[in-house]
Structure formats: C-alpha cells, structure tokens
Design a protein around this ligand. Structure first.
Ligand code: FAD
Length: 766
C-alpha cells in the first residue's frame, strides 16, 4: 500500500510541478524526439504541410464523431450544372464511338474536339468571370465519370485541363494580367493546355527534375529584358501533341544575381505558348492503345520573360508548393472518376451478361463460382461510388484534403483494377475480342494508366497515405515536429512540454480504451444509427482507437525508420483507408435513405473493409521489429483474437442475384453508365437482350423444363428453338413472336465482332 501511495505521489509531482516535469520528462523526451524525427527533405516538408485534414483526422484520432460526420450534406448540382449534364453531356456522349476513336482514328473526331471546346468541357474549373463554367467538384466528377463509361480516351482528354495544370495554377496564383489573358482563352477553347513535370530521369521523384531555367538577359519583343533561358526534355505529357500553351516545371537558377541574392531559386512553373521560338512539340506516345494525346516536349535555350512565371516574379521558386497545394482537387476527382466509371459499367454489364450468357443449360450467373466474382464486383462498386461521393463532398466544402485524396486515388484505382479483372473473368471471350460491341477491353487496357499517373500507386500507398496521414491527421505530432524544429530551443521546449502532457494522456486513453473495447467486443460503443449498421459503427470506432494507439507506438519505437519501412507503415495507411472507405459506405447508405435493396452490398463492403483492417493489423504485428511491443499491442487491441471475416458466401450470392435483377437498385448502382437503346450500341445491345430475357423469363423457364422432360431437343437456339417450343406447344403464338425477338437480341449480345481479312492488318507502324 505504501508503495502505491509513493508511486501516486511521484506521478502527481512529475505531472503537477512544471520544473520537475520539464527537467525529468520533457527535456529527455524532447531530445529523443529530435533524434527520431523523420528527416524530411524540403520537398517532402512542403508536400506534408500542403492541404487540409477532414474526416481522416477524426478516424486517426481514435474518437470519430459520427454525428458530425452525418451532418455533412452530400453536394447537389446547381441548375446550370444539371442543365449541362442533361444536354451538353448527353450530346457529347452520343457522339462518342470508342472503338473507332481507339482502333481506327487514334484520336477523337474533329467534330468531337470542336464540340468539347465550344461547349467549354475544358473550362469546368475556370471562373465565370473569365468565361468558364465554374462547376463544383461534384459536377466535374460526375461529368468525367459518365464520359469514361463511354470512352476513356475522351474522359482523359476532358479531365486533364480540369485537373492540376495551367487553369488551376492560374486561378490560384496567376497575376491579374495572366488571368485576364489566359483564362478566357482556355475557357472558350482558343487554347489547349498541358502541364509538363515528368521527364526521363524524374518520374515519381518529380522534385528531382533536371530541367533548368537560368536567369539572364535576352531579347524579347525587340527589347533587352531580364528573363529565363530554359532547357527541358519532358515525356508522358497528356495533351502535349495538341497543346497550344505549355505549363512547364523547371529548376530556376540565378547565377548572376539578376533577381536577388538567392542563386538556387528552386522549382518554378511558367506558361509558354507552344509556338514560341525554340519550343519543340515532340512525338506522340501510345499509352496502352488509348487515343488521348500524350507525348513529349523539348526546349533548347528557349528565352522567356520573367512575366511568364505563373504568379510572376514573386512565385519564382514556389512551384513545388503550388503543385502540392493544388494537387488534391484533381487527385480526388480525375482518376477516381475513371475508377467509378469502371465500377458502374462492370456491375451493370456483368449482371446482364451473367444472365444472358447460358452454359450447361442455364445462365452462368447461377453458378456459385461466377457469383463469387459478381459479388466482388457489386460489393466493391458500392464502395467505389461511396468513396467518390464522400471525397467530392470534402472538396465541395472547400477542403483540400491531401491524405483523403491520396487514399481515394490509390484505393479507387486499385478497386477499379479488381472489378475489371473480375468482370473480364466472367465475360471470358466476350471481354477479349475487341470490336464495337466490346465494352470492357479498352477499359481493361487503360487500367494501368490510372494506376500510374498522379502519383504511381505503390508510392502513393507506401509513402504518402500513412507518411502524410501520421503527421497531418495526428492530433499532436505535427505540432510536436514544429516545436522540435523551432530554432529557439527554450521556446520549442515550452511548446513541446504542453503538447507532451496531452499526448501522454491521449496515448493512455487509447491503450485502455482499446483494451476495454477488445474485451467487450465494442458493445458499449455508442452508435449514431440503430438497425443493421449499428454494429459496424461500434467496430469502426474500436479500430479507429486501435489505429491511434498503434500509430503512436510505431512512431515512438521506430521514429524516422518508419518512413523507410514502407511495408510496415503502408499497413497502417491501409487501416486508415479501410476505415475511411467503410465510413463512406455508411454515409451513402444513410444519404440514400437506407434502401433495403442496398443491404447486401453494404454488408459486403463493411465486412470486407473490417476484414482488411484486421489483416493489415495482423501483418503489422507479425512484422514489427520490437516483438514485445507487437505482442503488447496485439493483446491490448485484440485480447480475444482477430475475428473479422471475409463476406460470406450467402452475401456474395445475394449481391450477384441483385445484379441480375432489373429495377431501381440496379439502376441506382449504375446510374453513371451511358448507352443508346440500339442493338448496335456498345452497352445497349447487352442491355436490350438482358431486359427482354428478364421480361420473358417464364418462357425460358418453361422451355428449360420441356428440354429436361425431353419434349424439346437440347442445344437449340434462335429460330430453331422458337419453332421447336411452338411445335411442342410449350409456348403460344404471341410468345413465339416475343421469343424470336428476344433470341435475336440474345444472339447479338453473346456475339463478338469479327473483321474481314486485311482489315486488322491495315494498322501500320513500320
Ligand atoms: C498516360 C500517362 C499520362 C501522363 N500525363 C502526365 C502529364 O500530363 N504531365 C506530367 O508531368 N506527367 C505525366 N505523366 C507522368 C506520371 O505522373 C509518371 O508516370 C508517374 O509520376 C510515375 O513516374 P514513372 O512512370 O517514371 O515511374 P517511376 O518513378 O520510375 O516509378 C516506378 C515504380 O516505382 C515506384 N516507386 C518509386 N519511388 C518509390 C518510393 N519511394 N517508394 C515506393 N515506390 C516507389 C512507383 O510507385 C512505380 O511503381 C503521365 C504518365 C502516363 C503514363
């Protein structure tokens, strides 16, 4: 007893008497913190500090405020946005023939380019005062997604000027003169922009670009002025082959001190007309057969005036910060939009095809193996659309959420790849044979493009999500890092002291909270909703607390090493991401009015995200270098074991069944898909066959029964089947008419395209 009293007195003295605490706890901890602080390069520091936090900070804190979360309103389109979506967008979609665009012309038709420019598809993010559309992120995302269900090449062409590039950089940083000159020209399509950062030696490590600008005197408009002599070699640049204005990132040096004392000024962005002397628009790349314009650009000793720096002289050397600050919007919209389109198309078409395609005498969608693939597509698409909406909601609130957009970019493109693979498996030969009727092939080929651009996925998962998340979302770490790097040591120590106390309380709360929730199965956690989703809220709060505890311990034990141990830190990033995705699913379910038809999809998604959360923790504990810490964490968080499971077989079957059911659930889940009710249309031919077969399901059922009884011969189809069924009096004369039409549609739908000899061979490269 005396020992306990003594211990309590010591702790109280340490905590309550600042001088004792500072010398015995804070100062050593401060020294330790400075030692283990991850060494940050200036570009990493700028990336880390760019952007905002949002719901990710709640999840990282271990105490998500679900009520606040559900108060966030899903964005609505304005009247102007809705009118554009109903008119201009539909007109554009009807003009797109992706097979022709990709396989024959390797370009969008001129009338499509003209329409896109005239109707300002390139100007969605440009303000009305400059003649732009000034659309919200929600409208931008919807428009790009819907175009992508028709043509990835057209979607990429539209998305790039509305993503990180000249339009966005000018809007945020341009001088009045630059804005007044360029933005109206970009808005009305007079100019087409591209933005060139990547080069042969600088891909993921874009901060290492070798392209240079030297401040010097030169001649411009017949006068001698101070300007920049540029040399660059860039590749992979989207729209470069057709761009009339080039946004260029380069490193600026001022060896003669013409701009000031600083010689190495840093990354700078400038806008250069592509017809300026010395600018060389290079040749085209062929990005996995897609037809969007992508290519190289070079410049040798190109002289430009200082006024061409975006933002003017004041923004010389601030290019990296500008790019990092603006990265979030495009990253949260563009490639996620392509992935959302993949989800919508694969769910709608796989459901239809699995019903239309019959093997072994029945629709392939009735076989359990196929249902497993279908369940994955439907369940994953629920998350894809939920994540698209939630991230767009943050962007519509004016946030620039760097961690959320990194999670969205990475996970949506990865999920897009997974649903595409599953859809290809179900479609088999139908997905492989290219032609006007193949709605999967081009999307399948384009999948790695989304994986690679705007932060290649391995890097995004392993460096950015947790690397940024841990510092940006943690309630204390960023402030502690700032205190530790305060050049005034005493001031830094004082700031650190008050943060440390709170941090210790936070960590203790996470430890005991996790243990309690682990022992009680989180049953005492409050849930904002009752009903079938209530348990998921309890579990997500529990996993959020577990993440807060584990992240703290990982940083404490490994310090700067955690950044290098990408396999470990990525797993904690996965936990954060799966919590975010599960939240998005719950929010959508509520926002959509708790549709009962959605429940199998919601259940799939939530079971999957909890399972993956458990797996990420499992992998982390198994590989964490300090075994004692790993075991302590595992025992505190999962004292009764890790009991999350993959979605059940029954759940997969329920999702698959729903995908083969025409009606509101199917329509709501795939509303982004565009098609024409035409048997020649890419998606329309499958849709028509599916709906006709569903309408006449009872006729097919009767025929199957008759085949079983031997009244109709096996393996008949089309007219032969109609005749035999009529002869056996299994169907009426009217039914025979309907069946004949349906069989024609079915044959078209299971058909693939074929080409006369020589047609394919005509595409010549040599
Ligand atoms: C179709 C297409 C369009 C593009 N459009 C543009 C454009 O308009 N403008 C522009 O400037 N650029 C553009 N890019 C370039 C794009 O942003 C780069 O391709 C991307 O940054 C990756 O660079 P890289 O391809 O050289 O891959 P690399 O940098 O060589 O990376 C190779 C692999 O290593 C991984 N990796 C690298 N470093 C790390 C690390 N530290 N930790 C973990 N993994 C790591 C990457 O994730 C990747 O998987 C485009 C590229 C393509 C393919």
């Amino acid at each position: 007893m005396e020992i306990i009293i003594l211990l309590v007195v010591v702790v109280v003295l340490l905590v309550a008497v600042p001088d004792i605490r500072r010398s015995l706890i804070t100062r050593p901890a401060f020294g330790f913190f400075k030692r283990v602080l991850p060494p940050l390069s200036p570009t990493e520091r700028e990336a880390m500090q760019a952007g905002d936090t949002w719901w990710d900070a709640d999840l990282f804190s271990g105490r998500p405020d679900w009520h606040k979360f559900h108060q966030t309103k899903a964005p609505q389109f304005t009247e102007a946005e809705q009118a554009f979506i109903d008119n201009q967008l539909e007109t554009l979609l009807a003009m797109l023939d992706d097979f022709r665009i990709v396989q024959q012309d390797a370009d969008l038709p001129k009338k499509v380019w003209d329409y896109i420019r005239k109707e300002k598809f390139f100007a969605m993010i440009i303000g009305k005062e400059f003649g732009g559309l000034d659309f919200s992120p929600a409208a931008n995302s919807h428009i790009v997604s819907r175009i992508a269900t028709r043509s990835i090449s057209a979607a990429v062409s539209v998305m790039v000027p509305n993503s990180l590039g000249p339009g966005e950089l000018l809007t945020h940083y341009g001088t009045e003169e630059q804005k007044n000159y360029w933005l109206p020209r970009l808005a009305d399509g007079t100019d087409i922009p591209c933005f060139a950062l990547t080069g042969p030696e600088a891909g993921s490590d874009a901060g290492a670009i070798p392209d240079t600008g030297i401040v010097c005197k030169g001649e411009f408009d017949g006068k001698e002025v101070v300007g920049i002599r540029l040399n660059w070699s860039k590749r992979y640049i989207t729209l470069a082959p057709v761009a009339t204005v080039l946004g260029l990132a380069f490193k600026l040096y001022d060896p003669d001190g013409l701009m000031g004392e600083q010689k190495d000024i840093g990354i700078t962005c400038a806008l250069i007309p592509t017809n300026h002397p010395g600018v060389e628009t290079g040749e085209r790349h062929l990005p996995l057969n897609q037809a969007f314009m992508n290519g190289t650009t070079y410049g040798k000793d190109v002289f430009i005036p200082l006024e061409w720096i975006i933002g003017g002289k004041d923004y010389a050397g601030k290019g990296w910060r500008m790019l990092m600050e603006c990265l979030s919007a495009g990253r949260g919209i563009s490639l996620p939009a392509l992935a959302a389109a993949t989800g919508h198309v694969t769910e709608r078409m796989t459901g239809a095809y699995a019903y239309v395609r019959q093997q072994f005498g029945m629709p392939i969608g009735l076989f359990e193996g196929v249902q497993a693939a279908m369940g994955k597509i439907g369940g994953t698409n629920y998350t894809l659309e939920s994540m698209r909406r939630l991230t767009v909601t943050a962007l519509c609130e004016g946030k620039s959420p760097s961690v959320i957009t990194a999670m969205t970019k990475y996970h949506m493109t990865e999920m897009g790849r997974q649903v595409m693979d599953a859809a290809m498996d179900v479609h088999a030969g139908k997905g492989i044979q290219l032609g006007p009727r193949n709605y999967l092939g081009h999307g399948y080929m384009a999948t790695p493009v989304s994986i690679t651009v705007e932060g290649a996925n391995i890097l995004t998962r392993n460096l950015m999500i947790f690397g940024q998340g841990a510092t940006r979302c943690h309630p204390y770490v960023l402030a502690e890092m700032e205190a530790a790097s305060n050049p005034n040591e005493d001031e830094g120590l004082q700031q650190f002291d008050s943060l440390l106390l709170k941090h210790i309380g936070f960590a203790a709360g996470n430890f005991f909270g996790s243990l309690f929730m682990g022992l009680t199965g989180a049953r005492f956690n409050a849930s904002p909703m009752s009903g079938p989703t209530a348990r998921y809220y309890q579990q997500l709060t529990r996993m959020s607390r577990a993440l807060a505890l584990t992240a703290d311990m990982a940083m404490l034990v490994m310090g700067g090493d955690l950044k290098r141990r990408e396999m470990l830190s990525a797993r904690l990033g996965d936990v954060l991401s799966h919590l975010y995705m599960a939240s998005a699913v719950l929010k959508r379910y509520e926002d959509d009015g708790r549709q009962s038809g959605d429940l199998p999809f919601v259940e799939y998604a939530l079971e999957h995200h909890l399972y993956e959360t458990g797996e990420a923790f499992k992998g982390f504990f198994a590989n964490f270098p300090s075994r004692i810490v790993a075991w302590t964490l595992r025992l505190a968080i999962f004292p009764l074991g890790i009991h999350y499971h993959k979605p059940s077989d029954a759940n997969l079957q329920a999702v698959a069944k729903s995908m083969m059911e025409p009606g509101v659930t199917r329509d709501r889940h795939t509303f982004l898909c565009f098609w024409k009710d035409d048997a020649k249309d890419m998606i329309g031919h499958m849709e028509l066959a599916f709906l006709a077969m569903r309408e006449h399901a009872d006729i097919y059922k009767r025929i199957r029964k008759a085949v079983k009884h031997g009244d109709i011969a096996e393996d008949l189809s089309g007219d032969e089947l109609v005749k035999a069924a009529r002869k056996a009096e299994v169907i009426t004369a009217d039914e025979a008419k309907a069946l004949k039409k349906t069989e024609q549609l079915r044959m078209t739908a299971i058909g693939v395209d074929q080409f006369a000899p020589g047609v394919i061979e005509k595409r010549k490269f040599y």
